[in-house]
Write a protein that binds this ligand. Structure first.
Ligand code: GDP
Ligand code: MN
Length: 396
């Protein structure tokens, strides 16, 4: 589960990580009130208005803007709230902005230039350790840094049993070229950051940029926080931060029915049991010249009721030109699945796209009989390749 920037920053702050101060606002008037409050608390005259959507690259898309007085706060907040923000990480339609974070300006001039760094904390699945990835090249795409100047990206492996050790925090501050007060502040920053990551059971923190202010303070200017869904049961307060408006409505609905659905861009709907088979099915569709419209794991009990919900969800996507049902009958017998497909098809009564069903496993032959004699516009297949060929046939 992803958090908004403002929620991520609050989480960081609760662990002692210094953040750029901000107040979230739902409309232009709230934004002005927020800016006034920030001026009282921090003395800042300038503010930054930041779109709160689950996507990075907001600055590039016009979702992060500097306001130099309250009139500008009002105008900019009014422009950003309600816009469909397109960034390199959204679809071409963009993401609707419902709220903005009004922050203090922390790039004020001073004795030294403010500097931006990159820092993320994530799990290295290869060795079961956490990893702090950091770079002197903050503020830009880390993918670009990785491509053009990979030697400027550092990794520090953290043993989850000990947590970050003092020498590791110092090494990070040193590699970032810091000295004096900023060096010391960075060791505190990264130590608290790791603690926040670990104790919130997060799967990813990405802080880009981490800022060294002109008066040598280290702080998080941005915060991308992804929580581990499997650990949410022990973080009720964090689970409550979920913003369903940011998620694909079909995926949310599928989740409510216990179906694992991921929306994709293609034209062949997939209904499969088991995540591994679902992935193999998507590969096969690609090889046959199609593009999967979704990933859908209907789980172990592919009965008529579940199949019907699955049909319904797949057909919400107007791009779907065919549906491939690929079910392995192990625990649930193929003939029961076949009957489920037939019942659901008849119940819905309005399925206009061709359907290819491949059932394999217990009672596969009886299942094929049932489908073939149902009189419905459903093609059956027993072999994987045969199913793919039929998909290709109906698409061409
Ligand atoms: P992202 O584009 O979605 O990654 O959003 P960020 O939170 O990283 O903000 C984008 C950019 O806005 C940053 O890289 C900064 O250059 C700029 N920015 C953020 N906060 C401030 C600020 O307080 N003052 C100024 N002048 N620029 C800021
Ligand atoms: Mn950023």
């Amino acid at each position: 589960m992803d958090l908004h920037e403002y929620q991520g920053k609050e989480l960081l702050n609760s662990f002692g990580v210094r953040i750029q101060r901000g107040i979230v606002a739902q409309n232009a008037d709230e934004a002005v009130a927020a800016a006034k409050k920030l001026t009282e608390d921090t003395g800042t005259g300038w503010h930054v208005i930041k779109a709160q959507v689950h996507a990075g690259g907001r600055g590039k898309g016009g979702g992060v803007k500097l306001a130099k007085n309250l009139d500008e706060v009002k105008t900019i907040a009014g422009q950003i709230i309600g816009m469909d923000l397109v960034t390199p990480q959204t679809s071409a339609d963009g993401k609707r902005v419902h709220q903005v974070l009004v922050t203090e300006d922390v790039y004020y001039p001073g004795d030294s230039e403010p500097e931006e760094y990159y820092m993320s904390v994530l799990l290295n699945r290869g060795n079961g350790r956490n990893m702090i990835m950091y770079s002197t090249e903050g503020g830009m795409d880390i993918e670009t840094v990785a491509e053009e100047t990979p030697h400027l990206i550092f990794n520090e492996e953290i043993d989850p049993a000990t947590g970050i050790l003092p020498f590791q925090a110092r090494k990070i501050a040193f590699n970032l070229g810091l000295s004096g007060a900023a060096f010391k502040d960075m060791t505190k920053f990264v130590t608290s950051l790791y603690k926040a990551y670990s104790e919130s059971d997060s799967s990813l923190f990405e802080i880009n940029p981490v800022l060294k202010t002109s008066d040598d303070k280290i702080m998080a200017v941005d915060a991308k926080v992804s929580l581990d869904d499997n650990a949410l049961f022990r973080h009720k307060d964090l689970a409550a931060l979920r913003d369903l408006r940011e998620e694909n409505p079909i995926e949310v609905e599928a989740g409510e029915h216990g179906l694992n659905y991921v929306d994709l861009d293609g034209n062949v709907g997939c209904m499969v049991n088991g995540a591994g088979l679902a992935m193999a099915t998507m590969d096969l569709i690609k090889q046959a010249g199609g593009e999967p419209a979704n990933f859908l794991d209907v789980g172990g009990t592919a009965d008529a009721a579940r199949v019907e919900i699955a049909f319904e969800l797949i057909l919400r996507d107007p791009a779907v030109k065919a549906i491939l049902i690929n079910i392995f009958g192990g625990i649930v017998r193929c003939d029961r699945v076949a009957q489920g497909v037939i019942d659901a098809y008849k119940n819905m009564g309005n399925i206009e796209v061709p359907i290819i069903v491949r059932l394999q496993g217990t009672n596969a032959d009886i299942a094929k009989e049932l489908i073939d004699s149902s009189g419905l516009d459903v093609m059956s297949a027993t072999e994987f390749q045969e199913a793919a060929d039929k998909v290709q046939e109906v698409l061409s």
